[in-house]
Write a protein that binds this ligand. Structure first.
Ligand code: GDP
Length: 302
């Protein structure tokens, strides 16, 4: 399905390299594992996961007395699924409850796909039967409000906004009041993502968050950080910066379809301990999927 299609680039590149390895080595030995390690790291899988995986592979190869490198391929996906099994982040759900106003704050730098993700997520929630309202909290980037309105129209969801350059905290206050009055299920809040002034950006996020916290005890129920999978280590760095500044509860990894380095999902999970909750697998409105470890791993290797 969607997962498999979205991971095509990663899968092809990975398969090509593993097939090449298998053809060159034939017999499983230490050098084979060393090269396999490099292939995995090259796919942005992340050092810790690669080590964990290679150890598990070596043990399994020994246990089953596997000598032919051709047999290793399937063992890789088995072991990766095992690493995830029993973990509570194998398929983490959004923290949404019926009977309350749920607030989701979307954060991330410009260009990662934040607006698109908000549109897709609004559509997804609507299809689940929830009423949704959008808050145009990026008052800084030219065109951000209009872009959100376009998405709002496309998926049939209202947008609460003020003029460009207005105080985002004031927009949030308005949006929360509107959401309460209309008794909506989910308020989805856009925020600014300018990188030019990191300190101000983080301060602004905190201010926006405080307004929400004050108006709705327990909110925001999710702070989702949107990261672009094609940016590799840069995405990792952004994740570190945002999680230092604010309590990020989940990651949305966009553009997985646009990279051959889809292993970054595993690196994020291992190095940041923030669950990947949603993944973007294309530009269309239904190209947003709930993350699922098993589907992901099979999409990568199978
Ligand atoms: P923002 O600046 O973070 O709000 O980014 P946008 O939402 O405007 O997205 C930037 C570009 O990335 C647009 O061209 C989107 O169509 C594209 N985009 C967003 N998500 C995905 C995705 O999952 N896959 C692909 N291929 N493109 C995406």
């Amino acid at each position: 399905g969607k997962f498999r299609d979205g991971l095509e680039k990663t899968r092809n590149s990975f398969s090509e390299r593993v097939n090449d390895l298998v053809a060159r080595y034939r017999k499983v030995d230490e050098e084979f594992f060393e090269e396999l390690e490099e292939v995995l790291i090259g796919a942005d899988v992340g050092f810790t996961t690669v080590m964990e995986l290679i150890d598990a592979l070596k043990m399994e190869v020994k246990r089953r007395n596997i000598q032919d490198t051709k047999e290793v391929h399937s063992v890789i996906s088995e072991k990766l699924v095992e690493i995830y099994q029993g973990e509570d982040d194998a398929s983490p759900r959004l923290n949404l409850e019926e009977g309350r106003l749920n607030v989701i704050l979307m954060v991330g730098v410009n260009g990662v796909g934040k607006t698109t993700t908000i549109g897709k997520l609004a559509n997804r929630l609507k299809n689940e039967g929830k009423s949704v309202l959008l808050a145009a909290g990026d008052t800084f980037r030219a065109g951000a409000i209009e872009q959100l309105e376009v998405w709002g129209e496309r998926v049939g969801v209202d947008v609460i906004k003020q003029g460009a350059g207005s105080d985002p905290a004031a927009v949030m206050y308005d949006a929360v009041q509107a959401a309460k009055a209309r008794k909506v299920d989910v308020l989805l809040c856009d925020t600014a993502g300018r990188l030019q002034n990191k300190v101000n950006l983080m301060k602004e996020l905190e201010k926006v968050k405080r307004v929400i916290e004050r108006e709705i005890p327990g909110a925001p129920h999710e702070v989702l950080l949107v990261l672009d999978a094609t940016t590799g280590q840069n995405a990792m760095l952004q994740a570190k910066q945002f999680s230092q500044a604010t309590s990020v509860t989940g990651i949305v990894l966009t553009k997985l379809d646009g990279t051959a380095k889809g292993g970054i999902v595993l690196a994020i999970r291992n190095e940041l301990s923030i669950p990947v909750k949603l993944v973007g697998l294309g530009e269309k409105v239904d190209d947003l999927q709930q993350f699922d470890a098993e589907q992901y791993v099979y999409g990568l290797f199978a």
